[in-house]
Design a protein around this ligand. Structure first.
Ligand SMILES: [Zn+2]
Length: 341
């Protein structure tokens, strides 16, 4: 879900409709969400995708994480959920089984048109254009929450935001995995494409085997749809929900674990070392934020500090969690409803 806006319709003479038009037609035909019956416990099926080179969760930790998410979902959203782990699969095998989805029209539009290849020659310039385009759409009140230097004019903010974005993304990509290799490796397809929001997005639209995919890696990169908090984090999308007509709740979510479980140099430099228990607590809150979208159909919020409905504004997830714990009211009633994810 990235506030997908209507793509400009262009007149066409070709026999084959371009992907953008095919995708727009598909998106228009997705039925609008209707409220769920939350009086009875909601079962969510889980697939767990694991890369042995990234921090792994033991079976006991995974269970602890799911139990914590269940408890926090009840506390913060008032939603009764329970989880069933359906499948645990190696990242490489998962990539092999899912990669055809990147090429399947109309979803191939996402990986072809939204994704920016960080190995491309023009990456920095193109990423800068996107940062500018995306921030231009943001009103002053929100822009200043994420880029708080109020002395600056917008032009300077865009420039600083681009420099910060590129610097942070490169530092994240060069962080070392538990084998001592950079976490981003352009020659290993599952490590390259599983860091792309757009590639995961095309999986989520088509995935039929679970409601939530947990992945112990991370999504970090540039795409044309980046919201302001992803730009501020240096390209990190911690989690998201996408429309999915195969599943009961009409959405499938990805929750990544690396941003909370990393003990790598970059993440440590921006927030210190999280204890295993803090890592679980942060990841559980991220998961609950997504359940606010999936089950309550809540929109993204950018301004309610201390509300679970506002996505973490930076990579210090514990700071975000502590603000939520301090705030006794999540202001759910004030957050608007999504028609589609
Ligand atoms: Zn969100």
């Amino acid at each position: 879900m990235r506030n997908y806006c209507s793509i400009l319709l262009v007149s066409l003479i070709a026999c084959h409709k371009p992907l953008s038009i095919q995708f727009e037609k598909f998106y228009e035909q997705i039925p609008e969400l209707s409220p769920l019956d939350l009086s009875k416990p909601i079962l969510l099926e889980i697939s767990y995708v694991e890369d042995a080179d990234y921090p792994k969760l033991t079976d006991a930790d995974l269970q602890r994480f799911l139990n914590r998410t269940q408890a926090r979902a009840k506390d913060l959203l008032g939603v009764p959920v329970f989880f069933q782990l359906k499948k645990k699969i190696e990242a490489k095998d998962f990539f092999e089984s899912e990669k055809s989805k990147f090429e399947t029209a109309p979803f191939s539009f996402l990986s072809k048109e939204w994704h920016l290849d960080s190995d491309a020659e023009n990456f920095s310039a193109d990423a800068g254009k996107i940062v500018r385009q995306q921030l231009q759409k943001v009103e002053d009140k929100i822009l200043k929450k994420y880029f708080p230097d109020t002395r600056l004019h917008r032009e300077q903010i865009y420039q600083n935001a681009t420099e910060q974005f590129l610097k942070r993304l490169r530092a994240i990509q060069n962080e070392h995995d538990i084998q001592g290799n950079p976490i981003y490796q352009k020659n290993i397809p599952h490590k390259k494409y599983f860091q792309s929001y757009a590639h995961w997005d095309s999986i989520l639209y088509q995935y039929a085997d679970a409601d939530i995919i947990l992945y112990n890696g991370l999504v970090a990169g540039a795409d044309t749809e980046m919201p302001i908090y992803v730009i501020a984090r240096g390209g990190v999308t911690s989690a998201f929900i996408e429309n999915n007509l195969h599943r009961k709740y009409h959405g499938v979510g990805l929750v990544t674990l690396y941003p909370c479980f990393s003990r790598g140099s970059y993440f440590v430099s921006v927030r210190g070392v999280y204890s295993p228990s803090d890592s679980i607590e942060c990841a559980a809150h991220i998961f609950v934020h997504e359940l606010g979208h999936l089950l309550l159909h809540k929109e993204e919020n950018y301004t309610f500090e201390g509300s679970i409905h506002r996505a973490p504004p930076d990579l210090d997830y514990m700071k975000w969690v502590n603000a939520i714990k301090l705030q006794k009211k999540m202001r759910s009633d004030e957050v608007g409803l999504l028609k589609k994810f």
